[in-house]
Design a binder for this molecule. Structure first.
Ligand SMILES: NC(=O)c1ccc[n+]([C@@H]2O[C@H](COP(=O)([O-])OP(=O)(O)OC[C@H]3O[C@@H](n4cnc5c(N)ncnc54)[C@H](O)[C@@H]3O)[C@@H](O)[C@H]2O)c1
Length: 255
């Protein structure tokens, strides 16, 4: 019960990782506001979770919508203790095929969206006297990945945003950390994970020898949103089965 009496706001709560985080928040005794541009997706997850969850429409590129949703969530649950900045989109194509519009859209949703959601929710955390912000980045934001120029730039930006916010909100007792998952078998990737060729090939890239699951990410998000992480701020947490650092299993190298 790491989140007993805590209230978390999860952006993109109707999607794969966001929904897993919402479920984990409730399993750990907390209550959760699911914010999503796709209200019906968020409502479906909220209905599954019952009275400890509520769905609100909010596009993370719109500060006024985020502020209205944060105010409504705070009123519904009596305050906010944590923000999980999770909403995101991805465009996979070569650099030369990326249009200016692709670049601006990815930066707008994935990076500016986290800045705006933090702006909307931080006053509620500060009013509580303490709080947590968990920014979902990616291992693409640490080591990069091909064919995702805008996505990689946005995710590196999230790591920088995380460090900047950790400093700027430290006097308000708000801890800010980044979560960096590898490829997770969320609905975004399930066709790849289940592909007979790509699925097993990519699973070989990590020490765990399997694809990550949304629940793997959710467990670390819950830790970072809880009082157990009071001395953790300005950090990046990889949830990647050891992939990002290119670790090799013992016995698989000759020397
Ligand atoms: N799935 C992976 O392999 C993986 C790996 C690393 C990082 N991530 C990151 O995790 C986060 C969640 O990914 P996912 O796999 O669950 O994706 P997903 O597509 O399953 O879910 C994303 C959710 O965000 C919502 N959303 C999209 N644009 C929005 C906007 N403008 N405003 C509000 N909500 C919006 C969608 O409606 C959806 O419910 C993203 O930030 C993604 O970059 C995912």
């Amino acid at each position: 019960m790491r989140l007993e009496n805590k209230v978390a706001v999860v952006t993109g709560g109707g999607g794969g990782i966001g929904a897993a985080v919402a479920r984990a928040v409730v399993e750990e005794g907390g209550r959760v506001a699911l914010l999503d541009v796709d209200l019906s997706a968020a409502e479906e997850i909220a209905a599954e979770l019952g009275g400890d969850a509520a769905a609100f429409e909010a596009d993370v590129t719109k500060l006024d919508r985020l502020e209205a949703a944060a105010a409504a969530a705070s009123e519904r649950f009596g305050g906010i203790d944590a923000l999980v900045n999770n909403a995101g989109i991805r465009i996979v194509k070569s650099f030369l095929d990326h249009t200016e519009e692709d670049w601006r859209r990815i930066l707008d949703v994935n990076l500016t969206g986290q800045f705006l959601a933090a702006k909307a929710v931080a006053p509620h955390l500060i009013a509580r006297g303490k709080g947590k912000i968990v920014n979902v980045a990616s291992i693409a934001g640490i080591g990069g990945r091909p064919n995702r120029v805008a996505y990689v730039a946005a995710k590196f930006g999230i790591v920088g945003l995380t460090r900047a916010l950790a400093m700027d909100l430290s006097a308000d007792n708000v801890c800010v950390n980044a979560l960096c998952p590898s490829m997770i078998a969320s609905p975004l990737n399930i066709s790849l994970a289940e592909d007979g060729d790509i699925g097993p090939r990519w699973a070989k890239d990590n020490l765990a020898r399997r694809w990550g699951r949304p629940e793997d990410v959710a467990k670390v998000a819950v830790f970072l949103a809880s009082d157990d992480a009071d001395y953790v701020t300005g950090s990046e947490y990889r949830v990647d089965g050891g992939e990002a650092t290119g670790l090799v299993r013992a016995g698989e190298m000759e020397l």
